[in-house]
Design a protein. Structure first.
Lengths: 448, 401
């Protein structure tokens, strides 16, 4: 017979251990306890602003951050409300989002996919951000978009112009308000044909990375459809600062138009080189030699100085637009910071408002509900006229501005003039257009 | 135990305790408090700590032992990540084959690059490795875009032809990397009072790999092979004159450290299945040099400390913004608050490089042996104080004979 010897101390000890064992699963909360990733439970909601604060696009990043701060101020009912007053949807009350005060965290993408993902991950894992937005390059946007899909939060892309963001690398949790390479090409081609004629020979210099490829392809196919010839398309390394060796062969090629598929510092340098070589004073095939820059920004125009005068390009938005939304935005941005906003600032501000509005309309922060509210949503009053957030690829469709370097700028901000507002019909394409094929949205992810 | 002497064994145990209890150690502040900004105990950063720790340990086997300063080690890390992601795309989402392939491929690359570069020593060797790494970066960034994904990086897609496994989950998402069903991104939270401690599968996997690589590094340091490498560092010419061919030894060290880098790259891709070309840029190669020097080149634990130090600054300081500062100093009068924020502003947020640079200079100037030397100095200072306190009587016990 076995002897069962129960002491008081032994019983207590066993009881305590068993109790602790039973309680253990309850103090370890698996992260799937929430309905979706980072469900805001308190009186506040946290947004993650992930912008380049160092590196080549630090200027754009700084301007994006200003716009985000302004947007948060307006969402929380501060300031003059900016574009919230002109926005066609009236769901936003100025009391935060769904009554929760908006807070934000910032991070530095360094314009590197790795750093951007690290920063976004820390926002999601540590700070509990419910939405990530920002970025100033397509590589970063695509990388962070994939991360947000995986983690189950919404990504509202900032400045990203490559077709891939809503093309082959599109994701169900990612949304882009900015326009893309295809739209630039489609908007520019008719204007170029009008200004320079239909039998031109174009020579492309293209930055050797994804954005360069998609832009070259878009401009090439749109201009060729107008009757232009493409003589050659030469890739230039992204790190190139002196483009003279690339400019010299242009004249020998018999081309009469140079297309610079460059952005940022690349464009500033290549354009300056081209002008210094006297390309614009040359006559080829009995026509004046011309230069085109598909994607313009005010910050780039500033860098290139007088060289941009008379050069065509496209842009998402410009502060001199005279619609009510743009005026309201420029007014409140100018009051707060003392200068007009850039297109990067505009798109990020709009993205924040659109997200907040979608949450209000959906009545929930759950990413899938928000995505549903954004998909095929039509709005107005945010500076680009009537705009559609297409559900098939999460790309915004709106008018595209064709601009030209101003001949007589009145200030350091007044560098571009709007030549034409290309109507949205002209830049719309089918979701399965060859330039956008090869990807799938997948299904939206609410996360753990 | 483990064929280690007492000192090394205690070092290994210290590292084991530090890594296994990292979720507690790195989260000293309650979640809601203002100081929570300095908490580093979230999965992504903890993973980065150990992954870069592995990278730096491997780099130290080359630099710390042989004195050969490679400026292109990030290339092997990048190659490892690409190999791992391709494995995820083509074979299975299990991390083991991915990491194995990463180590093998980076080993092959380092054999090739090492074979060429090690014909020279000193600054010429550094420049050669730098040139190779930049070449590989440029190739990955543009020319090899179909293989590397170019600027966008190599990512998983919904239509990957995964031989063992599914290309989409039932919900229509991309599957996540795992270890026989254990998902790397799975976490459990432990809430005690205001504190939240996160235990992440991926982190513990990395931590175990770190311990294994740390143990291997100790064995290399203490082996005859390690002694030979040290001899190379102290005087390679003399060794050559004695008729000894040092090339095989240096090449072996180069390949081992390249494989360590590949292991780190493979782990990085396993935690976050994306490989970007920036990983191979010269700045990334320079970073591991900084980590090793900051922690203490030639010491065992130094590189791990250095890696943690740099990653902490990159991830924590870059996220402090003016808004956060204002909330910290809101107790001060208005004018003073603005002044304090104005003074600190250049050192936080986008200024984290500046802060790190200043600290790096301070360490190099005042602690040439890195953080490890700092620790040693503190210890000997404590010891001296202790012996002074209780030892005035025993002070006269050491007369010369």
């Amino acid at each position: 017979m076995s002897k069962l010897d129960v002491s008081r101390r032994g019983l207590l000890r066993t009881g305590a251990v068993a109790g602790a064992g039973l309680a253990l699963p309850t103090i370890f909360t698996a992260q799937s306890a929430h309905a979706f990733t980072n469900e805001p439970t308190g009186g506040t909601v946290t947004l993650g602003f992930n912008v380049p604060q160092t590196g080549p696009y630090a200027d754009e990043g700084a301007d994006e951050l200003r716009a985000y701060e302004l947007a948060v101020e307006h969402l929380n009912g501060g300031g003059d409300g900016g574009m919230m007053n002109t926005f066609s949807s009236k769901a936003l009350q100025g009391n935060g989002i769904l009554g929760k005060k908006v807070q934000y965290v910032t991070g530095d993408t360094q314009t590197k996919s790795d750093a951007a993902r690290a920063s976004a991950k820390s926002m999601i894992e540590k700070d509990g951000a419910i939405m990530i937005t920002g970025g100033s390059s397509s590589g970063v946007a695509v990388a962070v978009q994939a991360l947000c899909q995986e983690a189950g939060v919404i990504f509202m892309a900032g400045l990203t112009h490559s077709n891939d963001t809503t093309g082959k690398d599109k994701r169900a949790n990612g949304f882009r308000h900015f326009f893309n390479s295809y739209m630039s090409g489609a908007a520019l081609a008719p204007v170029l044909a009008n200004a320079y004629g239909k039998d031109r020979k174009a020579y492309h210099l293209t930055a050797d990375y994804n954005w360069g490829y998609t832009t070259e392809e878009a401009v090439k196919s749109s201009t060729e459809a107008m009757g232009w010839d493409t003589v050659a398309a030469v890739k230039t390394p992204l790190t190139q600062t002196d483009f003279s060796s690339y400019i010299a062969p242009v004249l020998q090629s018999g081309a009469d138009t140079l297309v610079l598929n460059h952005y940022g510092g690349n464009m500033v340098n290549s354009l300056t080189n081209a002008v210094q070589f006297g390309l614009r004073d040359k006559q080829v095939n009995g026509k004046d030699f011309q230069i085109v820059v598909p994607l313009y920004s005010r910050l780039m125009a500033k860098g290139a100085g007088a060289n941009v005068k008379g050069i065509f390009g496209s842009t998402n938005w410009h502060w001199t637009l005279q619609d009510e939304g743009s005026k309201a935005f420029v007014r409140s941005f100018g009051t707060k910071y003392g200068f007009p906003p850039s297109q990067a600032a505009h798109t990020t501000y709009v993205q924040t408002l659109l997200y907040a509005d979608a949450v209000e309309r959906a009545g929930s922060f759950a990413p899938c509900a928000v995505a549903e509210a954004l998909e095929d949503y039509e709005f107005d009053g945010l500076g680009n006229g009537k705009t559609l957030y297409r559900g098939a690829d999460h790309q915004c469709f709106k008018d595209v501005l064709v601009v030209k370097g101003k001949e007589n700028p009145t200030s350091e901000f007044d560098l571009l003039e709007i030549v034409e507002v290309t109507p949205v019909e002209q830049v719309t394409y089918a979701p399965d257009h060859p330039q956008f094929s090869g990807g799938a949205l997948g299904t939206c992810n609410n996360g753990a | 135990m483990f064929n280690l002497n007492k000192k090394d064994l205690s070092l290994l145990i210290i590292v084991a305790v530090l890594t296994l209890f990292a979720p507690f150690i790195l989260n000293p502040f309650p979640a809601g408090s203002a100081m929570a900004q300095f908490n580093a105990g979230y999965p992504d950063l903890m993973q980065r700590f150990v992954i870069f720790g592995i990278f730096a340990i491997g780099f130290n086997i080359l630099f710390g032992l042989t004195g050969y300063l490679s400026f292109g080690h990030a290339a092997f890390l990048g190659v490892g990540s690409y190999a791992a992601v391709w494995m995820f795309k083509l074979l299975s989402m299990n991390v083991i084959p991915a990491i194995l392939l990463a180590v093998i491929v980076s080993g092959l690359f380092s054999l090739l690059i090492g074979f060429v570069s090690l014909r020279r020593s000193g600054i010429y060797f550094s420049i050669l490795t730098l040139a190779f790494a930049q070449m590989m970066f440029a190739l990955a960034y543009s020319v090899l875009t179909p293989i590397t994904g170019g600027e966008t990086g190599l990512q998983l897609a919904l239509n990957d032809p995964r031989i063992l496994g599914v290309s989409q989950t039932a919900e229509g998402n991309i599957p996540v990397p795992g270890l026989f069903g254990l998902e790397m991104r799975d976490s459990a939270d432990l809430v005690i009072g205001g504190w939240v401690f996160t235990f992440n599968v991926g982190y513990y996997f990395c931590a175990l790999v770190l311990l294994a690589s740390f143990y291997l590094a100790i064995r290399i340091f203490r082996s005859p092979f390690g002694m030979m490498l040290r001899a190379v560092k102290s005087n390679q010419q003399r060794m050559n004159y004695t008729g000894l061919n040092t090339r095989p030894y240096t090449l072996a060290a180069f390949v081992i450290s390249g494989m360590y880098a590949g292991l780190a790259g493979g782990l990085m891709a396993s935690m976050d299945p994306l490989a970007g070309a920036e990983r191979m840029q010269w700045t990334a190669s320079g970073e591991v040099v900084l980590m090793t020097i900051l922690g203490g080149a030639g010491t065992l634990i130094g590189p791990v400390l250095g890696a943690g130090f740099i990653k902490y600054f990159e991830n924590i300081f870059s996220k402090i913004n003016d808004n956060v500062l204002h909330s910290w100093f809101s107790f001060l009068p208005d004018g003073l608050e603005d002044a304090v924020v104005f003074i600190i502003h250049p050192f936080i947020g986008k200024g984290w490089h500046l802060t790190l640079g200043i600290l790096f200079m301070l360490v190099v100037i005042f602690l040439p042996g890195g953080l490890v030397e700092g620790g040693q100095r503190i210890r000997s200072w404590l010891k001296n104080r202790k012996t002074k306190d209780n030892g005035s009587a025993s002070h006269e016990t050491n007369p010369a004979e």
